[in-house]
Design a binder for this molecule. Structure first.
Ligand code: ZN
Length: 644
């Protein structure tokens, strides 16, 4: 056999040789650093023997796959430690996730608390020092059922595996787990880790089932990385949008509508500023703004396919013995708007923008502040166009997204999900052309770009936009989804150059994704210090002495309000210093102090958030200054300096 390395070099493989043997043929240091290997795109244990020719790559801590590999093995290490401390604990599933790993565990009658995590960590350290081999063993279904006969969760997993497949197990020390793998060669590679939270998790995610204990943790290859993660976590905790949302009076949640945020006056002001700007941006880019009903007939959802495929996530009701559903998406409504008229090729692309209020059934356990809700507003648009317009239109959308994201100082990367291997609809030539167009357009943006082959929906390729906040956390926000199916389901047509009726293609796209979630993200990114154009209160007016300067303060506040600024007077009886600190806590961009000097000279003395200086200017000068700051959408403080 023969494998080909990334640099094109070929290496002969003798029967029975494994990844470690190949690494040794290259260099001893590489063999020492190798964690696993990849053959023809499939990740394998380092010590598993090579059974076929192909493209070969050794995985080291520098590889993209290494983090998930390490964290999955760390989940096993944690389970091994827990088994030795709590011998009766039963393990369900323990995967690696984007930012670490977790394991769902049934501790029987024992309640495990956060303070117990230190004990578990200490045990993990012990097993890591022992550097136990993590050994894979393939068994039959029957053998697997025998090995895990005391664990109903594993038994269930085994019984749900198809047919008589060979089942893989991994063993280290006295701990054996049912697992697809692959894993690190030994526990000694897992040196830096931290267990951080405990949460409840229903078995199989179903609230009717027993609640298990989920322990989250993270492992890294260096101490510096772990320290950085800890720092970011601590910072993220301080900036938690649920905490800031309360402190800054942005939104509230109520037991009377779980997952349905109430926008308080301050939060609504911010949200409205965001919406108004969004609407302007879209009008300027030739979008037609629409609004479609929230409640629509079952017949419509049957045509769109939602009734069949999305039913479990929809809220439904009955009106005059007919089924209705609250829209979980805006697409069918936009299509009805399109179908309300006859269209010619000359009108295309037709861009319908909608701040669409949608509802989706989320399990109560999954709800999380503004991040996971049951009702939210999508900044949606549906674009109907001819096939040969896809490339141009994608370029236009990318430009618009870039303008929008850059205002928040958020860097982003793009991922393209391409045609699934099988069961896709539409002409393969159209797919290929569309994917080429999408790829070219993405590369031209200069942003980080990645392809996920075969991950597209059956009805069209898709772009995902991943935003990176100032703490380095990544948020999936925008999408652009090509759709070669839905217009056909609704018999949408336009008349082409030759007078023929043709079905258009549709693009679904949302830039923020959900307004609620996006506001949650920027609240944390800005730590509540929103840029002036978005700030709920832009100017706080403080009379030095209410009796002497109260009238002047009122005059200034009225004048500024009339200029469209969001202003608040603090004429409480507190000392000036206290009121100034309060404005700072509320992260108001401009605090204005008005005393004798200001009143007599028609002046204002302001202090900008994040600075110490107090500056006295004329009223008009101040208005020009804040006006141009709002116009430029400048950030209030340099968030990029944080944690980088
Ligand atoms: Zn849509």
């Amino acid at each position: 056999m023969e494998v080909k390395l990334l640099d094109g070099k070929k290496i002969v493989v003798v029967d029975g040789e494994n990844g470690h043997d190949i690494a040794l043929k290259i260099s001893e240091s590489l063999a020492k650093a190798s964690l696993a290997y990849k053959l023809n795109g499939v990740l394998k244990d380092l010590y598993s023997s090579i059974k076929e020719d192909g493209d070969f790559e050794l995985i080291t801590s520098k590889s993209e796959e290494a983090f998930a590999l390490l964290n999955h093995s760390c989940a096993h290490l944690m389970a091994e430690a827990i088994q030795s401390i709590y011998p009766d604990a039963l393990f369900d599933i323990g995967p690696s996730i984007v930012d670490g790993f977790y394991y769902d565990i049934d501790f029987k009658n024992i309640v495990v608390k956060e303070e117990d995590l230190t004990k578990i960590e200490a045990k993990m350290k012990e097993f890591s020092k022992k550097n136990e081999y993590i050994v894979r063993k393939d068994v039959s279904k029957k053998e697997a059922l025998e090995i895990f006969k005391d664990n109903p969760y594993k038994m269930d997993l085994i019984n749900n595996l198809p047919g008589d497949e060979i089942i893989s197990t991994y063993k280290q020390g006295n701990y054996i787990d049912l697992c697809r793998g692959p894993h690190l060669p030994s526990t000694g590679f897992i040196k830096f880790f931290k267990l951080d939270t405990i949460a409840g998790a229903y078995w199989k995610g179903d609230s009717k089932n027993k609640q298990l204990t989920r322990i989250y943790g993270v492992a890294t290859f260096t101490k510096e990385e772990l320290d950085h993660i800890e720092l970011v976590k601590a910072e993220a905790k301080k900036r938690d949008h649920r905490k800031l949302g309360k402190e800054l009076g942005l939104f509230m949640l109520s037991e009377f509508g779980p997952g349905m945020p109430f926008w308080l006056p301050k939060g609504y002001a911010l949200r409205r500023a965001l919406e108004d700007w969004w609407l302007n941006m879209h009008r300027n880019n030739n979008y037609l703004v629409i609004e479609t009903p929230v409640l629509l007939s079952r017949k419509l959802w049957e045509t769109s396919g939602h009734w069949e495929h999305y039913h479990d996530d929809m809220f439904t009701t009955e009106i005059e013995k007919e089924d209705y559903a609250i829209k979980p998406m805006n697409c069918p409504g936009a299509i009805l708007v399109y179908k309300n008229d006859l269209h010619s090729y000359k009108e295309l692309p037709l861009r319908y923008a909608e701040l669409g209020h949608v509802h989706r059934k989320e399990a109560s356990g999954a709800l999380n502040g503004l991040f996971r809700v049951r009702t939210f507003t999508q900044d949606d648009a549906h674009i109907l166009l001819a096939e040969d317009q896809i490339g141009d239109e994608i370029n236009r959308i990318l430009k618009l997204y870039d303008q929008i994201y850059s205002v928040f100082g958020l860097d982003y990367s793009i991922e393209l999900s391409t045609r699934p291997e099988s069961n896709y609809i539409g002409d393969i030539k159209v797919w290929d052309k569309a994917e080429r167009d999408l790829q070219e357009a993405c590369l031209a943006t200069g942003h980080k770009f990645k392809i996920n082959p075969g991950d597209g929906a059956f009805y069209g390729p898709k772009l995902d936009f991943k935003l990176k906040d100032c703490m380095g956390r990544v948020w999936q926000c925008g999408t652009i989804q090509l759709d070669m199916q839905l217009p056909g389901r609704f018999d949408c047509t336009y008349v082409d150059k030759d007078g023929q009726k043709v079905c258009p293609v549709m693009i679904h796209r949302a830039c923020f994704g959900s307004l609620e979630r996006f506001i949650g993200i920027i609240t944390e990114n800005f730590a509540g210090a929103f840029p002036t154009w978005l700030a709920p209160i832009q100017v706080k007016v403080l009379p030095v002495n209410n009796d002497a300067h109260g009238d002047y303060a009122k005059l200034i506040a009225d004048k500024f309000t009339q200029k469209g600024l969001r202003v608040e007077i603090d004429d409480s009886n507190e000392k000036l210093g206290y009121r100034m600190r309060n404005a700072l806590v509320m992260k108001v961009p401009y605090t204005i102090v008005l005393g004798d000097k200001e009143k007599e000279g028609n002046l204002v003395t302001y202090r900008k958030y994040g600075t110490e200086k107090q500056i006295t200017v004329s009223i008009d000068e101040f208005l020009t200054l804040i006006g141009s700051e709002i116009e430029s959408k400048a950030l209030l403080v340099d968030h990029d300096q944080l944690l980088k």
